[in-house]
Ligand binder design. Structure first.
Ligand code: SF4
Length: 383
């Protein structure tokens, strides 16, 4: 398959693995945070960590929008469906994420709430058109990648005069999160964790471009390589980061040139800027409240803002106490450090968002069984 097979080529992987081994200096460690859950899954699915030397370490980041949504916002969505009787439309990943008291959207649906899984904002608009006597709320989550469709839906609803459609906006922004992580005590000098460089978001960067990472990279002195999601993308990006670190360079480089440009998709950016604006602050699961890290609907489109149309109570979030998702999302702990991993908490019985989402780190560890099998080399031999 074009654009897939050539990025999974075994011989090229061997060549890249040799280059990484040759260029990674033996007298130092390389702590590379992969921001996106998509990278975490590529690393585990293809065993990339077994193809790099032990001193090249992957630190899993918070780049899973389902995982970083705090319980209180999920509770609010459930309240919209149960107390206000709206048809709540959401992407499938959200359905099983536990909110407070482990109540999820799918449980609320089982209890009678009208919650429907959709594949796109267009599905939600259709549901609004088909149900003129009901209020329909689209539960919008995601990083910059999914903001353009939300903006399009709001403009479309306005153009059609769909007075029964609104959006519960929970879109979050990646560059602010990178800065917040690097300023946290965890990553301070002498702190429990370390990041030397970043594998930067790829699909997000298709929209916003690589330029927004230039200021944080320079400010914090951390190289960034925008990396694609195939295994050879990740390996080539690791090599590019090792070269930057070895040479003392701090740059934003773009490995994912087949999709990402420096300026991104300007048309999409303009559309998003017309409909959405930056919030002063927003709470992230695990990372706390981060200034200017999320979007809300502009006043001009307030008629389509579910937070303006419906009153939701300001509940305290109630995460499962033993769940280590907050530490996993900050890159301070690995899923296997959580005592619930694989015992109480499994994909069939998730205790936290990181075990539910297709981009969650706990789901990656569990799905690819990397915690229970010996590492294997490229020939499939136990190392
Ligand atoms: Fe939370 Fe489960 Fe992951 Fe532990 S294994 S951090 S309980 S999601």
């Amino acid at each position: 398959m074009k654009y897939v097979d050539e990025f999974r080529d075994r011989e090229l992987a061997k060549t890249l693995a040799s280059r990484i081994a040759a260029e990674a200096a033996g007298d130092r460690d390389y702590h590379l945070m992969e921001f996106c859950g998509g990278h975490t899954h590529a690393i585990f699915r293809y065993g990339v960590q077994d193809l790099v030397p032990d001193n090249v370490r992957f630190v899993h980041g918070p780049g899973c929008p389902v995982c970083v949504l705090p319980s209180r916002r999920l509770d609010d969505a459930i309240e919209l469906a149960e107390r206000h009787g709206v048809i709540l439309c959401t992407y499938g990943d959200m359905m099983r994420v536990p909110g407070s008291k482990r109540r999820s959207l799918i449980r609320a649906k089982a209890d009678g709430a009208d919650i429907r899984m959709v594949y796109s904002t267009l599905d939600a608009l259709k549901i609004a058109r088909d149900n003129p006597g009901r209020q329909v709320v689209f539960f919008a989550i995601g990083f910059e990648t999914t903001t353009p469709p939300t903006a399009v839906a709001i403009k479309q609803a306005e153009a059609e005069g769909l007075g029964n459609f609104s959006v519960f906006c929970n879109h979050v922004l990646t560059p602010s999160a990178i800065g917040h992580i690097l300023e946290s005590e965890d990553f301070a000098e002498g702190g429990p964790a370390r990041i030397d460089a970043f594998l930067g978001p790829s699909h997000v960067s298709a929209v916003i471009g690589s330029r927004p990472y230039e200021a944080p990279a320079k400010h914090y002195g951390k190289p960034v390589v925008i990396a694609g999601f195939e295994p050879l993308d990740v390996m080539q990006s690791v090599l590019m980061l090792i070269r930057q670190l070895n040479e003392g360079r701090v740059e934003v480089e773009n490995q994912y040139t087949r999709v990402v440009t420096r300026d991104g998709n300007r048309k999409a950016q303009a559309l998003v800027a017309e409909v959405l604006e930056v919030r002063d602050a927003f709470e992230w699961r695990g990372l706390g409240t981060i200034p200017r890290s999320a979007l809300r609907i502009r006043e001009r489109f307030a008629a389509f803002d579910a937070e303006e149309r419906f009153e939701v109570s300001d509940k305290k979030s109630g995460e499962v106490k033993s769940c280590e998702c907050p530490s996993v999302l900050r890159g301070v702990k690995k899923p296997t450090d959580c005592k619930l991993f694989g015992t109480v908490c499994t994909p069939d019985n998730p205790m936290g968002s990181c075990m539910v989402s297709s981009e969650g780190a706990c789901a990656a560890y569990w799905s690819y069984g990397r915690f229970r099998e010996p590492a294997r080399d490229l020939e499939g031999t136990a190392a």
